[in-house]
Design a protein. Structure first.
Length: 171
């Protein structure tokens, strides 16, 4: 038997085993969707008026846990949000909106907007919080695999904030 045939047969058996495990309702070893950050949405800047920066936030350190069962991807996400107050800015809790989007190619299949609170107390000017999304379920469409999907995270920004990020890409 040729090596190419053996590899193809092995791949076919692996696919059949995965489908069998899915059909029986047990978790499969299918690959999980990629989790990433959407360009131009990983930084948020709030202004007082049109030019005075009051608050900045960054998003990063994303991680996920995934199980594929019965042709549904079940995900848990976590990531870090770091907020920094400008000198003279009011010390309070900042509520920062972010989104989780399910993508298939360039198409957005679903998007949910959440918010995370960043509490500023005492003299702290920079605060980091770990945010968790406990459940994202993605039904796998016929003809698609679990890793054909992608999860994108980012801050829910206004058009002006996105433009600001594009013009100030270095920081």
């Amino acid at each position: 038997m040729k090596v190419g045939t053996l590899v193809a047969l092995g791949a076919a058996l692996l696919a059949a085993a995965t489908l069998t495990a899915d059909a029986k309702g047990k978790p499969s070893s299918a690959a999980c969707p990629h989790v990433g950050l959407l360009a131009d949405t990983t930084r948020l800047t709030d202004f007082e008026g049109t030019t005075t920066v009051q608050f900045k936030a960054t998003l990063g350190g994303e991680a996920s846990q995934c199980v594929v069962k019965d042709r549904v991807v079940h995900l848990r996400l976590k990531f870090k949000v770091t907020g920094t107050l400008a000198d003279g800015a009011k010390r309070d809790t900042r509520k920062v909106p972010y989104f989780v989007a399910v993508m298939q190619g360039s198409q957005v299949l679903a998007k949910q907007v959440y918010s995370v609170e960043i509490p500023f107390t005492g003299n702290a000017r920079t605060v980091s919080v770990e945010e968790r999304v406990k459940r994202v379920d993605i039904p796998i469409s016929k003809g698609w695999a679990s890793d054909d999907y992608e999860i994108m995270l980012g801050f829910q920004l206004t058009h002006q904030q996105v433009e600001y990020n594009r013009q100030n890409a270095g920081g």
